[in-house]
Design a protein around this ligand. Structure first.
Ligand code: MG
Length: 366
């Protein structure tokens, strides 16, 4: 018996406020729709994936899923699913929201088995909160928790039964279980899963902020300039390294990369690459910011501590701060730069090197 998964993915996701289809947003490095489709593929129970997509997203969706069957979205969910149903070849069809990427193989399997036994299988979980209806700002009817369910997807049926229901249907229905209930009969309840939630609001897509920390140290040698956050500081020694050896800039850059879950600075600008010989580290930071922007992140604030026994950095702190603010495109008030000695202890105290610690906060831009 052939089984199709019909996944409506044509919604605009207006409530999530991304300005584009929320299913093309990434969560954990993968788009929501990829996660959803993979869940069905990994279950090993599905012969065919039918994606119902809008004209606008069709190219992007076809590139992601070359093996899928495609149908065009309609004005309502009912229309969209009907189009998907007409394109599907399965004897059993599972309709599943594209925005439920955490569906498990167990839930999928229970829905399929339920169709084989009862003719239908609709994933649902017992209501944990009191359900109620409201009118004009007042509660008009309390349903309570007992015996009430939150209906999820998948909602599985024999294709011919669901088609027959769609043939009779007039107007729009919230989901296929309500349509089936009206035109065919009571759909069988199947145990869903709490984690099988629908990503609806922006906060459902994960925390919009991330923090990161970075550390760097370079050796102090004669015959080199001392550069910190792009500021050249008069001193008899400077930091040695392949680039301009700006340890402060490197610490901030690494903190930014780390916050975005990217690899460290050496991965992107290897010290074996002649292109970065004597490189201006603030320019490298600018490149990293473009990399972050490409991943949907921008800096919010940065906190930097430079450890140096000598020279005294106080006269240069404001210039360092302004340079960082300029490159990071954040106000100087969002940049904290401090300097400390190590009370003559260790390699920093012996003036053999300078180190820097940085921590940053970044925010999603989409
Ligand atoms: Mg370095």
């Amino acid at each position: 018996m052939k089984i199709s998964a019909i996944i409506p993915a044509a919604g605009k996701g207006a409530r999530a406020g991304f300005g584009e289809n929320k299913l093309l947003q990434k969560i954990g490095g993968e788009t929501v729709i990829e996660k959803t489709v993979r869940a069905f593929e990994k279950s090993g129970m599905i012969d065919e994936i039918v994606l119902v997509v809008s004209e606008k997203d069709e190219r992007a969706m076809r590139a992601l899923f070359p093996a899928a069957v495609f149908a065009r979205g309609g004005a309502t969910r009912t229309e969209s699913v009907k189009n998907g149903l007409n394109a599907a070849a399965g004897d059993i069809v599972l309709v599943h929201d594209g925005a439920r990427p955490f569906v498990t193989a167990d839930v999928i399997s229970r829905c399929v088995e339920s169709v084989k036994t009862y003719g239908s299988g609709v994933a649902a979980i017992p209501a944990a909160d009191t359900l109620a209806a409201g009118e004009n700002g007042f509660l008009s009817r309390i349903y309570g928790k007992e015996g009430n369910y939150i209906v999820q997807t998948p909602q599985a049926f024999y294709r011919k039964d669901l088609l027959a229901a769609f043939e009779k249907a007039e107007g729009a229905f919230p989901d296929e279980s309500s349509l089936y209930l009206k035109y065919v009969g009571a759909p069988r309840l199947v145990e869903g899963a709490r984690e099988n939630c629908k990503l609806t609001f922006r906060e459902d897509f994960g925390c919009p902020y991330r923090t990161g920390c970075g550390y760097d140290t370079h050796e102090l040698v004669t015959g080199r300039k001392l550069i910190l956050c792009g500021v050249t500081i008069p001193h008899e020694k400077g930091l040695s390294g392949h680039s301009d050896a700006d340890a402060a800039a490197h610490a901030v850059t690494d903190a930014l990369l780390s916050a975005a879950g990217l690899k460290d600075i050496g991965t992107y600008f290897p010290d074996t690459d002649p292109a970065y010989e004597g490189a201006d580290s603030m320019e490298l930071m600018r490149k990293v910011l473009r990399l972050l922007a490409g991943n949907g992140w921008k800096p919010v604030n940065v906190s930097l501590t430079v450890l140096a026994q000598r020279p005294k950095l106080a006269p240069y702190i404001d210039a360092m701060k302004n340079n960082l603010a300029l490159i990071l495109k954040i106000p100087p008030s969002a940049v904290g730069v401090g300097a400390t000695t190590t009370e003559k202890l260790g390699f920093i105290g012996r003036e053999e090197g300078i180190a820097a610690y940085a921590s940053v906060l970044i925010a999603r831009t989409v």
